[in-house]
Design a protein around this ligand. Sequence first.
Ligand code: ZN
Length: 167
Amino acid sequence: MSNHNSLVVADAMVVRLDYTLTLTDGDVYDSSADSGPLEILQGQGQIIAGLEEALYGMAVGEEKDVVVTPDYAYGEYDPDAVQLLPKDVFPPDMELEPGMAIDLYDEEADEEVEAYVAEIQRDGVLIDFNHPLAGETLTFHVKIVGLRPATPEEIDHGHVHGSEHYH
Ligand code: ZN
């Protein structure tokens, strides 16, 4: 057996994977069929913990189903993380729709946070700061389509240097 064929997913490996994410109601939420394979540097927390953990030891061509509970995905749904904002905090020409993602500036944390429009109400806009997949148990079908050791520079930077992001 050649060294190449015996490669398996481990820390500091660049992993290319095809995936389909299905929710418990059977809806396909996301798939690499639309976006192309995902490429990650294993061990850097670039994908949700429950999925990254399940990839260890897999070889190219191997595929499996991985069920990830909210604890190891996007957390439980927090009913308190919902806020009614006055309509005038949004630009007047912004067309708000339920489900729409918006970037808001959190003054306390001094950072941009992504939130979602939950509902347009008469006296304001109900904004949900939960991730849209909070509380969901996720089923991934994954297939490893590529595997190589990361370069020292990639390990140093903590990310993959693809053709688009070389630096
Ligand atoms: Zn880099």
